[in-house]
Design a protein around this ligand. Structure first.
Ligand SMILES: CC(C)(COP(=O)(O)OP(=O)(O)OC[C@H]1O[C@@H](n2cnc3c(N)ncnc32)[C@H](O)[C@@H]1OP(=O)(O)O)[C@@H](O)C(=O)NCCC(=O)NCCS
Length: 192
């Protein structure tokens, strides 16, 4: 689905085959330290090309020059966890601190809830204070700390934090009423 969320100079749209090259450039342009914190090998062109067709919901934020400044994905887990959606988010260095991460995260939360997911999770490397602050502000809470769970590109072990958000009946109702507005402020729906 193509989306419609816009900030003054950025458009959020569904990832399509036409974005493959720009998306590869986006990931290639991330500082090495950031690529460490992305689960897939985004330096592999085949991995990125396959994303346009693998069924996971993905969106990119494009600037006026057509370049990609942000990426977000919502992946539904399978089998006995098919009520759970995992979010992944990354914003390019030139756009950080301008609110794009929050726009994309809110977009992903809205889409995940609209798709019927009742639990949302995001995996954050423990050092990623920005991601922790962003998702906490949207109502996510730490649910698990997995010690030495990932290796960065230099082989160093790092802790992984699983943040989770439960979508209760109120949130589902808020979705039909306009969830993005409900996410303003502290991340919880406004009291009726
Ligand atoms: C996490 C990330 C997406 C934030 O993107 P961003 O566009 O810079 O974030 P925003 O400008 O929308 O900031 C939203 C909130 O995030 C938090 N935040 C952003 N940058 C921060 C920083 N450097 N330090 C602490 N908090 C920060 C703040 O709570 C901020 O709200 P505020 O502006 O009201 O203080 C970006 O840093 C990133 O891509 N990191 C690497 C990938 C990653 O860790 N992804 C998350 C796991 S999937």
């Amino acid at each position: 689905m193509t989306d419609h969320v816009e900030t003054p100079s950025v458009t959020v749209e569904a990832l399509g085959a036409g974005h493959a090259d720009a998306l590869q450039r986006f990931f290639a342009g991330l500082p090495e330290g950031d690529r460490t914190f992305i689960k897939e090998d985004v330096t592999d062109p085949a991995t990125v090309r396959a994303w346009a067709e693998d069924g996971t919901a993905r969106w990119v934020a494009t600037g006026p020059d057509g370049g990609i400044d942000g990426y977000v994905a919502v992946r539904r887990l399978s089998g006995w966890s098919d009520h759970v959606a995992e979010l992944r988010l990354v914003v390019g260095p030139r756009r950080r601190g301008s609110g794009l991460g929050r726009v994309l995260a809110r977009h992903a939360v809205t889409e995940a809830i609209a798709s019927g997911a009742t639990k949302l999770v995001v995996e954050v490397v423990a050092e990623q204070g920005a991601a922790l602050a962003l998702f906490t502000a949207l109502g996510f809470r730490g649910e698990a700390l997995l010690e030495d769970h990932i290796r960065d590109r230099s082989g160093q072990l790092r802790d992984l934090l699983v943040l989770a958000h439960r979508v209760d009946a109120t949130w589902s109702a808020m979705d039909t009423l306009g969830l993005p507005e409900a996410l303003d402020g502290d991340g919880a729906p406004d009291p009726a």
